[in-house]
Write a protein that binds this ligand. Sequence first.
Ligand code: C2O
Ligand code: CU
Length: 544
Amino acid sequence: GNVHYYDFVLKETNFTRLCSTKSMLTVNDSFPGPVIRVNKGDTVYVNVHNQGQYNVTIHWHGVKQPRNPWSDGPDYITQCPIQPGTNFTQEIIFSTEEGTLWWHAHSDWSRATVHGAIIVSPAAGTTYPFPQPDAEETIVLASWFKGDVPAIIEEALNSGGEPNQSDAFTINGQPGDLYNCATDAESIYRILVDYGRTYLLRIVNAVMNEEIFFGIAHHNLTVVGLDGAYIKPITTDFIMITPGQTMDVLITANQSLSSYYIAANPFFDGETQFNNSTTTAILQYNGNYTPPASPPMPALPRYSDEDSAMNFTASLRSLASEEHPISVPQNITTRMYVTVSVNQLICPERNCSGPNGNRLSASLNNISFVPPPISVLQAYYRNISGIFDKDFPNEPPYYFDFTQPNMPSNLSVPTQGTKAKILNYNEVVEIVFQGTNVLNSAENHPMHLHGFSFYLVGMGVGNFNDQTDPGRYNLVDPPEVNTFGVPKNGWVAIRFTADNPGVWFMHCHLERHSSWGMDAVIIVKNGSTSATSMRPPPAYMPPC
Ligand code: C2O
Ligand code: CU
């Protein structure tokens, strides 16, 4: 593969949206940030210069980084933060990924403004498994907060309550024209198209806390890629995309008006507050078309339409062709059963504005993750004890109907810890994530695993049944993903081979849940040769 070099300069820049101006952390003064373009199998060096005011790290979401956790990026998991006034060069090793991925800050809530797309084109001499599109467009969906994002999460964590919801969603940095104060031509992003041409849209959901329905009026979407892997094409009016996911979508400009709305609004079926607004962009035809009085709007599902969301996600299948074969792990050597809950910690102080005067928290197997003072990777590599525990449980506290209302109170109060699950090299792993109704607050959780993509072999509503559900798994063409929504009051089963030695973060990609502790660490031990072991650390790693 080829080698590419980028400089990412992180600094505060003024942006005006929704009639108010704020200073925010950006990469190279842009929002969304720069696009990284590679071919399959390339290597990229990004020199990250922190010229901002607080600690930050950058993660390459969906890039497996074989044997190279050193550059993966989550703070206190694989590295200490890059401190203001310092820089850190990260080496991003592409292997099997092909399609769209993205990069984002992985410290506090900085990813709200620090993110961008990664485009992995087919290797030289190979082509897409679909007709070559005439052009490509990147579409990054994000959250806009009028306030200072680091202050919002800091305040929420101090108070124990819900963080402020965002004030808008954006498409390529613009909220569109349906918000107050957002009616000028500058506030809406336009995609210019020529009649008769086909476009590949590379869609990234960088939204902080909401899953998203997305569509374009009067235009079919043909989904051909998901999380940097090809899928069997799905033609649909809308997609449902969860935070962390990326999708490749073909559209053909075959309509007769000059402009059509592109729109996105949340899918949210939980109990708590959320942003229920709609962001818009315009699909604009070049040439002499009569402009409509108002561009047609896509008909998107209602925010609470669980059936539409489930039907869409259940239709995703790997392409699994001769050129793009898959190999679904069959002989499982390690099974894990992981409950996924939002819950509460008992507050020592009085100003705890969560439920029952407690602090909101979140957990995996009823353990709420606590970030350590130095990185787990450093502690693991240098054998420093007391930083993390190796006893992340395989089983939840006990097993019963996790979807019933009014779950027992011992499940609503988690323990806290920095827990890792240790896997031998090449272990064949199945994880069942079980959503729960603790605090009567069931909702979807987009679970994400660093260092791997995994096969989503099963998904269902209610409690996972280990007698009957495995018989219904899709072991033929399950989608290969790095993030997937555990449905509200339901479960998903994933499989992967632990062939990537290193320290890898696993967490919910809803930012508030991850901040509350819905996280754990997976450590894959070295194999017996140097080619199956972690690479040595780079000469410089940021110090804590
Ligand atoms: Cu996209 Cu751990 O993150
Ligand atoms: Cu979650």
